[in-house]
Design a protein around this ligand. Structure first.
Ligand code: GLA
Length: 380
């Protein structure tokens, strides 16, 4: 046999060996199940993404919401590490004001007094949080049904969600076409890629609002979770929980998480920032350069040994210690009590449209919006 045909045979052998592995993965990439109907009659589906090591992420196309993330602890036991409901009613219920697991837009976080000026025109977003517009108004991206498509590759199950937010929806200008891709890699990275285009100048801030408790369902508060943030600075808030506009050093404050520190270590200190928010509910200014996703946060849960690392291209992260959870909502794992979960909302800074010194959130026609956030799960 010539050298050439030997090579061809070897290559064919290798392909035959690899093919079943690729096939097995792509054949059952994403499982889809019905998840009920919205009050206005839209069918909602539940999509399950699973990787080789058995980690599993469930997403519904109502709000593009993550309903469950199951990952191993240090002994190999799988548990759900996010708060959520096993039925659609929990998500559409008017008593659910917590945005559990949802995609947030068109403007994540607060816009003071629900108003801003863009290109000399004043816009008004419905007020839904004291004097502010929070998380996109009355019917934000968390309350709409997204189109969903399985776009899995041989490497990972991937779910693509699309939503067209019409010009004037919730008061925002421009038809905005938004695509969000969720993928779950073999390394237990839950990757979220956000992209968008507009036909008029608009403002845009997108995030995911998952509530993490790495100890698993019904395990109490998150005060023993250790948090490290790659953030030397934060944006202080006023009593309305909107930024004052200042950017300050965390040094010497209870917001200094540059070294691993338990969330509960200083949360009850007599500090005005903590008093305003009843705990942590602050935007941290990330140190990374902005080129590619940089490490933003690490969370370690000592009992289970689970570790969550958050990487992002975004300039900020909102750390919210579940201070508005008060036991009035029952979800998977029981009643959701005060500080029973932690949100790590990668984002542009709150109320940026009213603070020219913050990084710009303006998207113009012809521009492509792109942000990526990765939630990486491991154990120690
Ligand atoms: C964000 C806000 C919090 C709270 C939650 C939703 O994290 O910063 O103040 O409103 O959303 O309950």
């Amino acid at each position: 046999m010539g050298q050439m045909s030997a090579r061809v045979l070897a290559l064919a052998g290798l392909l035959a060996f690899l093919a079943p592995a690729f096939k097995a993965q792509s054949a059952k990439n994403i499982d889809m199940q019905p998840f009920g109907k919205t009050p206005d009659g839209h069918e909602v589906s539940l999509y399950t993404l699973k990787n080789q090591s058995g980690a599993e992420v469930k997403i519904i196309n109502y709000g593009g919401t993550i309903t469950s993330i199951k990952v191993k602890d240090r002994h190999g036991k799988f548990d759900d590490v996010v708060l959520g409901f096993d039925n659609l009613d929990g998500y559409v219920s008017k008593t659910n004001k917590s945005y559990f697991g949802a995609l947030i837009g068109r403007y994540a976080n607060r816009i003071a007094h629900g108003t801003f000026v863009l290109d000399g025109h004043q816009y008004h977003i419905p007020i839904n949080d004291g004097s502010n517009a929070l998380h996109g108004g009355l019917r934000g991206f968390d309350k709409v049904v997204w189109d969903a498509k399985d776009v899995s590759t041989a490497r990972a199950p991937e779910l693509e969600l699309h939503y067209l937010s019409r010009d004037g929806e919730e008061g925002f200008p421009g038809n905005l076409s938004v695509t969000v891709r969720y993928s779950l890699t073999g390394q237990n990275d839950l990757r979220i890629d956000y992209s968008a285009t507009t036909d008029k100048d608009t403002v845009l801030n997108l995030t995911n609002h998952s509530y993490f408790n790495l100890a698993g369902p019904g395990s109490g508060d998150i005060l023993k979770h250790k948090l490290t943030l790659a953030a030397d600075r934060f944006t202080p808030i006023n009593s309305a929980l909107t930024p004052t506009g200042a950017i300050e050093s965390v040094a010497g404050t209870p917001l200094d998480f540059r070294k691993p520190t338990a969330i509960g270590a200083r949360i009850n200190q007599d500090d005005p920032q903590l008093k305003f928010a009843k705990g942590y509910d602050h935007n941290f200014v990330l140190n990374h350069s902005g080129e590619g996703p940089g490490l933003a946060a690490t969370v370690e849960e000592p009992h289970s040994g689970r570790v969550l690392e958050v990487f992002t291209t975004q300039p900020g992260i909102q750390i919210y210690s579940g201070n508005f959870l008060n036991g009035s909502v029952r979800g998977i794992g029981g009643v959701y009590k005060f500080r029973s979960a932690l949100c790590l909302e990668t984002q542009h800074f709150p109320d940026s449209p009213n603070h020219p010194n913050f990084p710009s959130v303006v998207l113009r026609p012809g521009e492509q919006f792109h942000q990526t956030t990765i939630f990486r799960f491991s154990t120690e």
